[in-house]
Design a protein around this ligand. Structure first.
Ligand code: ADP
Ligand code: MG
Length: 311
């Protein structure tokens, strides 16, 4: 690429069990942007970490059957998860929590053993998001018994959106990009050439010349993949995206989906849904005009709904 690139300043770290990257277009604003992002990340961790028994989400999950008043932040997180369910006809459903645990993903991914004995996969119906009584204005939620809310498909992405918005209002000029494990949100004025983002199935992959790169100026981009967080039990390969229709890891044609949308949370709703919906996702993504890059199980790439051809 011959285009000359705007100089940007980058801070890296770890957050919410994955990588964190903050980029600003005005170098002197980096420290202020990073600390704004860190504050949002810390608040989300306290509210919604499913591996911490003291998080607000864990306490909510331990209190089924009655109305619980929740914080404004957990209200936003649950609202986003239920929006995902509504927009995808339930392909994205936050009541998959116990199915995710049952498949063996019950700790920070680094602590999930790569192999293990066979799991007796009891196929049971996912309770379904309709079973949640949620009043956004009153900030109350009532969970049925046996429901473990899992905000995994939307929380990280919403955190990127909130963090980018908070950082830009704190620094008041230029542009900010926040990436949490590859769930990317941008705010403010982009660099002249846009935010250049390398597509990859693994957000930990190094940045290299010649890889497929796209440019976004606003909104967000997210990737869902069955290739990175996977493990085996009794020789059976499992991964972390559950088909709510079966309660088992989804087994559709796509191993990775990357979507661009008006927000990172909407991009992540669509990327998770694409993995779960399989072939049916093509029409749904085209109708929603969500530029998408799908990788099938054999590694072939399919670009839809305005995703640019690689140059
Ligand atoms: P990644 O975490 O790689 O970005 P996703 O954004 O698709 O992938 O989120 C996957 C996470 O969402 C899982 O780890 C799990 O916690 C949760 N999850 C899995 N399947 C579903 C589903 N069908 N609906 C909602 N959440 C899901
Ligand atoms: Mg994601």
């Amino acid at each position: 690429m011959k285009q000359s690139r705007t100089a940007v300043a980058i801070a890296d770290g770890r957050a919410l069990g994955g990588s964190l990257r903050v980029i600003v277009t005005h170098e002197p604003d980096l420290a202020a942007a990073k600390s704004a992002v860190d504050e949002v990340v810390r608040a989300v961790d306290l509210a919604a970490n499913r591996f911490d028994d003291d998080s607000e989400l864990s306490r909510l999950n331990a209190t089924p059957g009655r109305d619980v008043v929740i914080s404004p932040l957990l209200t936003k997180l649950i609202a986003a998860a239920l929006r995902g369910a509504r927009l995808t006809g339930g392909a994205v459903d936050p009541t998959v929590g116990s199915a995710v645990k049952l498949a063996g993903y019950d700790a920070d991914f680094a602590a999930v053993p790569p192999d293990g004995i066979a799991i007796e996969m009891v196929v049971s119906r996912i309770p379904g998001w309709h079973a949640i009584a949620f009043d956004e204005a009153a900030r109350t939620v009532r969970l049925p018994r046996d429901v473990d809310l899992d905000l995994g498909a939307t929380a990280k992405a919403l955190t990127s959106d909130l963090a980018a918005a908070t950082a830009i209002s704190r620094i008041g000029r230029g542009g900010v990009l926040v990436s949490l494990g590859g769930d990317i949100s941008v705010a403010g004025d982009p660099p002249a050439e846009g935010w250049l983002i390398q597509t990859s199935e693994d957000s930990g992959a190094p940045i290299e010349e010649g890889e497929e790169t796209i440019s976004i100026r606003s909104g967000g981009i997210a990737t869902s993949s069955t290739t990175v967080r996977r493990w085996t039990r009794g020789g059976v390969a499992l991964h972390h995206i559950i088909d709510p229709a079966t309660g088992l890891p989804s087994d559709g044609p796509w191993r990775t989906a990357t979507v661009v949308a008006a927000t990172c949370v909407d991009a992540n709703i669509a990327s998770t849904a694409a993995i779960v919906m399989g072939q049916a996702a093509i029409r749904w993504l085209e109708e929603g005009r969500l530029p998408t890059r799908l990788v099938d199980r054999a590694g072939s790439v399919r670009r839809l709904a305005g995703w640019p051809k690689p140059s």
